[in-house]
Design a binder for this molecule. Structure first.
Ligand SMILES: Nc1ncnc2c1ncn2[C@@H]1O[C@H](COP(=O)(O)OP(=O)(O)OP(=O)(O)O)[C@@H](O)[C@H]1O
Ligand SMILES: [Mg+2]
Length: 229
């Protein structure tokens, strides 16, 4: 089985540590359908961030093939990879990573600056995305004037701004209390219902179960279903 949207075959990642080679990803096969909400569940050190960096085209595997939207990633040059990262993947991180000196609108506009969108259109889209995540009355607020859950919603609006192919979230509720984390998950459910493709990485079984499909990563090997709690 292979698919044109997202397919990984035999992904290996090794690091040379002095004389020793450590194999962090041991031949990952993964297919994701467009519109899927997938979580990748695994304990600390299992290889989640290493895999996320490859999925997000921030890093390249030692071996194996990765196809995204019909393109073989290893054939692309740095410029093409940068373009995929800035326009086709929406990144959501545990620590939100908003710029403290920019208000919510300006933070959401940022990826559109890199995409070369005009100021007028940027502001229009940023406002639309902030409305979408329920922050209509917080648009002019700076990050330190927002709660953790609101900051994460700004970060989600920023990830949505370029209308990416894939939303990629690494422990998106890791810095939030349980109730606020649940609110962020209900927003993920809404985005999934709208047809967005979401890949969420977590060590938290309860959070992972929000996805419609769970795969587990243990010691650099991936398998279907919950294998860790
Ligand atoms: N640059 C590197 N050089 C050598 N080893 C590395 C490097 N990056 C990661 N590793 C090793 O790869 C393994 C997996 O790391 P990774 O960061 O992917 O884990 P993780 O599942 O994201 O963990 P956590 O839940 O703690 O974030 C770890 O044993 C780590 O020490
Ligand atoms: Mg990690």
């Amino acid at each position: 089985m292979s698919n044109d949207f997202f397919s990984m075959r035999g992904i290996v990642k090794q690091y040379q540590m002095g004389d020793e080679v450590s194999t962090v990803l041991k031949g990952i096969d993964l297919d994701i359908e467009e519109g899927e909400f997938l979580s990748i569940l695994g304990p600390s050190g299992s290889g989640k961030s290493t895999l996320m960096n490859i999925i997000g085209c921030l890093d390249t595997p030692t071996a194996g093939t990765y196809t995204l939207h019909g393109r073989l990633i290893r054939d692309l040059d740095q410029k093409q990879l940068a373009r995929i990262r800035s326009r086709e993947i929406g990144f959501i991180f545990q620590q939100f990573q908003l710029l403290p000196r920019l208000n919510a609108i300006k933070n959401v506009e940022l990826p559109l600056v890199y995409a070369g969108v005009s100021q007028r259109e940027r502001t229009r889209r940023a406002r639309e995305m902030l409305m979408r995540v329920g922050l209509k009355d917080r648009m002019e607020h700076f990050p330190n004037q927002l709660s953790g859950g609101q900051q994460q919603r700004v970060a989600i609006a920023r990830a949505l701004a370029t209308n990416p192919t894939l939303l990629l979230a690494d422990e998106p509720t890791g810095a939030l209390d349980q109730a606020t984390g649940e609110q962020v998950m209900s927003l993920f459910h809404e985005l999934h219902d709208e047809g967005r493709t979401i890949v969420m990485i977590t060590h938290d079984l309860k959070i992972a179960k929000h996805a419609s499909r769970v795969v587990s990563i243990l010691d650099g090997e991936l398998s279907e279903g919950v294998r860790y709690d």
